[in-house]
Design a protein around this ligand. Structure first.
Ligand code: MN
Ligand code: MN
Length: 465
């Protein structure tokens, strides 16, 4: 070996491609793990569906609902969970060490961009019926036209009855679509700026065209739709006022590429981190520190509301645990640490300009650690401490977790937010770590299997350490 080669080996930093760096055995495990994730992502597309899934899995694995008024200490190995208002989840495995030594948290979000229905959505125009939508999260609106959409959510009736809706995923179901203009007649549309090529008020969901059989009345297509809904759900138009329904991409989750190294699907952001956080917790055995997997809602609109990370329910959960051993919440919280498990932008050679190629996340080079997320002068960002990053580095390098480090785009471009800063605000050491995504926030996002699997390993090793 030449002296330079030798020195390079010793001194240069390198991030390796998983397909070269990982053993055949590890790659087999990676492919097997991906199958479970594909099934999960296919069947759980909204935060409510994720919460139902989590509760089922947690129950099956011996987790019990937390008793918030408990005063007796839990034992090492006890498993508890809380479902926060049907949309967020905290699952905990009690560790061997005293709670005062802190809790380890992996926190991801399970909401994804989509088209919510407006409170009064249904209208008829020229013998066609539509739902008005109000988009949720950051989307390129033009991407949401001319693709199959399914309808998910709940309708809460004034009497307290709650109906769950899921139409469009079963092959026997009808689907829905937002129409777009044909190119032949789009000369004027194509002059609009990209943000307005399809305007928010043009995101109208096509839902029917058959008029109710009667010559006398107007709005007979709308009437026919309501009649169908009345027969199926027993609802009338007023019930939409207290419903949460959304149109989401109906594409099945699929392997992508001749070599099947990618997974394409709706809502990788951030279920591609939420799923590994949970599976890691399920496999943590009896950990040293108490470990938490947290799934929150509303990240895509700023972590607002009582199911988002700005809400105190995580703090209360830890404080309730602290009380069982006679401590104040803050006695435990200040010694906690957290991996804010969220996606980063994967490097896309087609759009190479938007990133600093020395500081971005590459698909299949492992799970990506992100010290800070925002653009410009880092304002609005949790800027993770070198101490905490060094701690994780030590764990990952020792355990052979494939990981990389990246920023979200060039310094003065874009940037994004995660739940990290809200956790850090509690006085918790926090850093972002997650899977690089291509076409993020598009109806069909892409991730690499190697990164997914290494996210699982990263959370597992963090819990284990
Ligand atoms: Mn995210
Ligand atoms: Mn997002």
């Amino acid at each position: 070996m030449s002296q330079a080669k030798d020195l390079k080996q010793k001194l240069f930093n390198k991030f390796e491609n998983g397909y070269q760096a990982m053993s055949e055995q590890a790659l087999d495990a990676c492919n097997a793990y991906a199958k479970g994730y594909i099934d999960f992502l296919d069947k759980n597309r909204t935060e409510r569906e994720c919460a139902v899934f989590a509760e089922k899995v947690l129950r099956a694995n011996g987790f019990e609902p937390v008793d918030e008024h408990r005063t007796k200490p839990y034992q090492a190995g006890d498993k508890i969970y809380k479902i926060q208002r049907n949309k967020a989840v905290i699952a905990a495995v009690i560790g061997k060490k005293a709670l005062a030594e802190g809790v380890k948290i992996a926190a991801a979000h399970v909401d994804s961009p989509r088209l919510d229905l407006k409170p009064n959505p249904l209208y008829e125009s020229e013998n066609m019926a539509f739902f008005k939508t109000h988009y949720y999260g950051g989307i390129k609106k033009y991407q949401w036209t001319a693709i199959p959409l399914s309808l998910h959510g709940v309708i809460c009736k004034a009497g307290g009855e709650k109906l769950t809706v899921n139409i469009g995923d079963d092959p026997a179901d009808p689907q829905f679509v937002v129409t777009d203009l044909l190119p032949h007649l789009a000369t004027e549309q194509m002059k609009r700026e990209a943000r307005q090529i399809v305007k928010a008020e043009e995101l109208n969901l096509l839902i029917g065209s058959v008029p109710f059989k009667d010559d006398e009345e107007s709005e007979l297509v709308k009437l026919n739709i309501l009649n169908l809904l009345f027969k199926k759900y027993g609802i009338c138009e007023r019930d939409f006022l207290s419903a949460e329904l959304c149109a989401i991409p109906a594409f099945p989750v699929r392997e992508i590429g001749f070599d099947r190294s990618f997974i394409g699907g709706y809502g990788h952001d951030d279920k591609v981190c939420a799923y590994p956080a949970l599976t890691a917790l399920l496999e943590c055995g009896v950990p040293e520190n108490t470990c938490l997997a947290v799934w929150v809602d509303k990240e895509e609109i700023g972590s607002e509301g009582n199911t988002g990370m700005k809400c105190d329910f995580l703090r209360y959960f830890i404080a309730d645990l602290a009380r069982t051993v006679g401590l104040q919440g803050r006695d435990v919280i200040r010694n906690c640490s957290c991996i804010s498990a969220d996606v980063n932008a994967g490097f896309d050679p087609t759009f190479a300009d938007v990133v600093d190629k020395y500081n971005c996340a590459y698909v299949n080079k492992g799970v990506c650690l992100t010290k800070y997320t925002s653009a410009g002068g880092k304002s609005g960002s949790n800027d993770a401490s070198a101490e905490f990053i060094a701690y994780l580095r030590g764990i990952y390098d020792k355990a052979g977790v494939l990981w990389q480090i990246g920023e979200l785009g060039k310094t003065d471009l874009g940037g994004g937010g995660t739940v990290a800063k809200y956790v850090a605000n509690l006085d918790i050491e926090t850093v972002d770590l997650g899977v690089p995504v291509l076409s993020m926030h598009a109806p069909f996002e892409i991730i690499g299997k190697v990164d997914l699997y290494n996210a699982h390993l990263a959370f597992k090793e963090y819990f284990k350490a």
